[in-house]
Design a protein around this ligand. Structure first.
Ligand code: SAH
Length: 346
């Protein structure tokens, strides 16, 4: 395992075998979580130890291959190159409550949602914990903007990479590290029911976001293949169990797609099915993806849908589109870059 993916006790165990005192573990951990690029920067470590560590546990940091900044709203999108050459995206959004990074959890995605650019090339591999941490860390360093909030809503399905994501949460939340509060972290899933139950057992204070996008199986089956494995009723039951275990309100994401899931009837069906479950809806006007025939709902349809939910006591916000001038929706930048590279290779 990469040293930056390890906890302080785990680093301590390695140092013990090297005959080093225990307190060095915290020193090294703190340096790594400051984003140093080499052991040479760890000025309070003996030279000899720095050299040994550099040989045995080289430090990797991602490189910026593309950086785009929105002129409209200051959103910054990074395309990072990882140690093995793969690329992932991170988006920095500036909200009134704090700077928020949207990070990727996998290179590509297995889930096959019809409207999503991240899944077009399938799954390449899952990210390790430090590769998620690095996205937060180096976005903060490169932009010079302190990060207070994280959303796991970039490329990939976080619950398909469960153990590494749990490890990442522990690292980024640690007081000796970035110390980002669990309450400032949202994890978004397409609805892997057994993993939602596993997550509930951890009783974390994070927000669970569920990509619902449809009120019933008939519609959801046409846009989200995962629904065949975990149909809407099973998913909503898992959400109820999650709420019982954590007392955390579920946040539902709902991409508004013209003529597919945006009628008042659809909203009414949701209201019936969610009865008694504390929830919040995030309505996202669909971002058009070149390869897909699906179109965003009209402003009127979105407003009607929102009003129907709110009249029934379900809070619903329409997500502001940030970075629309910089391909800032899921997987679009990586997709573009990969296609360009393929083109160069031809
Ligand atoms: N795999 C996770 C997290 C990544 S996607 C999940 O499915 O939740 C983050 C959110 O963006 C999801 O709700 C996803 O369905 C949505 N999304 C993906 N492509 C989109 C698009 N073109 N327009 C609007 N929302 C999109």
């Amino acid at each position: 395992m990469n040293l930056k993916s390890m906890t302080i006790p785990e680093i301590g165990a390695i140092l013990k075998e090297m005959g080093q005192p225990a307190f060095r573990a915290k020193q090294i951990y703190t340096w790594l979580h400051k984003g140093v690029r080499s052991y040479e920067e760890m000025s309070n470590l003996p030279r000899e130890l720095r050299q040994r560590m550099a040989e045995q546990y080289p430090i990797y940091a991602p490189n910026v291959v593309r950086k785009q900044e929105s002129k409209k709203d200051g959103t910054i999108k990074y395309l990072w190159q990882l140690a093995d050459g793969n690329c992932v995206e991170t988006v920095l959004m500036r909200y009134h409550y704090g700077n928020t990074v949207c990070i990727s959890s996998e290179v590509g995605c297995l889930m096959g949602c019809a409207f999503c650019a991240s899944t077009l090339g399938g799954l390449v591999r899952r990210l390790e914990a430090h590769e998620m941490l690095d996205q937060v860390l180096f976005t903060q360093i490169d932009s010079g903007l302190p990060i207070s909030h994280i959303v796991l809503m970039g490329i990939g399905e976080p619950l398909d990479n469960f153990d590494n994501v749990m490890r990442f949460l522990e690292l980024v939340n640690s007081p000796e590290g970035m110390n980002i509060s669990m309450r400032h972290i949202s994890l978004s899933t397409c609805g892997l029911v057994p993993k939602i139950d596993e997550l509930a057992k951890r009783k974390l204070q994070i927000t669970l976001s569920v990509s619902l996008h449809a009120p019933n199986d008939q519609t959801r089956n046409t846009i989200m293949p995962v629904n065949k494995a975990y149909p809407t009723e099973a998913l909503l039951q898992a959400c109820r169990r999650y709420y019982q275990a954590t007392s955390r309100r579920i946040s539902f994401e709902y991409a508004m797609i013209d003529g597919v899931n945006d009628s008042v009837e659809d909203a009414k069906e949701l209201i019936r099915r969610l009865k008694g479950l504390p929830a919040h809806f995030n309505l996202i006007p669909l971002n058009h993806v070149e390869e897909s025939p699906l179109k965003p709902s009209s402003k009127n349809a979105v407003a009607r849908f929102q009003k129907t939910l709110e009249d029934a006591g379900i809070p619903a916000t329409v997500r502001r589109t940030l970075g629309s001038d910089i391909d800032a929706s899921c997987g679009q930048l990586r997709r573009k870059y990969t296609k360009e590279q393929e083109h160069i290779g031809e």
